[in-house]
Design a protein around this ligand. Sequence first.
Ligand SMILES: NC(=O)c1ccc[n+]([C@@H]2O[C@H](COP(=O)([O-])OP(=O)(O)OC[C@H]3O[C@@H](n4cnc5c(N)ncnc54)[C@H](OP(=O)(O)O)[C@@H]3O)[C@@H](O)[C@H]2O)c1
Length: 263
Amino acid sequence: MPSSTVLLVGGTGRVGRLVLNELLDRGATVRALVRSSSAPADFPTSDRLHIIPNASILDMPLPTLSEHARGCSAIVCTLGHPPTLRGIYGAPYRLVTDATRKLSEAAAQVASRAGSAPIRLVVLNSLGVNAPGDAPRTFGERIVLALVSALVPPFRDSMHCARYLNDKVGKDALSGIEWAAVRPSTFATSVHEVEQYSAAKVRPSEAGLFAPTDISMESIAHFMAMLATADEGTWAEWRGTMPALYCVKPASAAAAVESKKEA
Ligand SMILES: NC(=O)c1ccc[n+]([C@@H]2O[C@H](COP(=O)([O-])OP(=O)(O)OC[C@H]3O[C@@H](n4cnc5c(N)ncnc54)[C@H](OP(=O)(O)O)[C@@H]3O)[C@@H](O)[C@H]2O)c1
């Protein structure tokens, strides 16, 4: 997809910043919605980066959001609940789901009005969330995930978001939008580069909850930016899916189906 324009939501976060750099590296023009009154001081400078300040997505009227999405071929959303007590247990409880719904509706509005090609929506989810076709969970995994779901509201938010995309958008309730919900494993904090990672359309058994499959944020950003800017053929392979993203340790690295070299 040459010279694409991408709307980025969550670009000030850890993954979002890396996505921003990846998108610029791939030649995309980026419109970044940020909540602050100006771009963070350490944001890259580029004439292909357009900052939209004071832009809190949950407070923004839908027509305004549609205007920002107009002319974009893709939207990438990496926002998430801050990892603080208040961020985890305080409002907004459905931050990710509500933002995804709003972005979907804005994109659908733009695409239907312009009669243009569908807009891609690439959102950040979590490998703890199940998707149709995934390898069955063990009894132990089911117990742990039930506890996490009961005790950690942001995890429930990710589950709701996945349900919204699968049940509402996925069933053509909204035309003009095509989506992928990227499900990374636990973030690796000691790796700061794109690794030889695996991406699969459904979660295979090797990416179980207790398997050591943590993945660098650089790898996650690499995959999300790849999806946003990929040619139609590559995108067709991933649209409407919830790609499992993980990094197997060397013994099973041969099973990698997607890697830095392929994108
Ligand atoms: N940690 C893991 O192992 C793991 C694994 C899989 C998935 N995830 C998911 O990945 C998400 C993103 O991770 P991260 O480390 O990049 O997060 P992060 O650094 O905390 O960034 C969060 C982003 O969301 C924005 N945001 C927060 N609250 C908002 C609100 N009320 N309205 C609008 N924007 C808001 C922040 O904007 P401001 O800069 O304006 O605050 C920031 O851009 C996590 O929240 C989690 O759900 C995490």
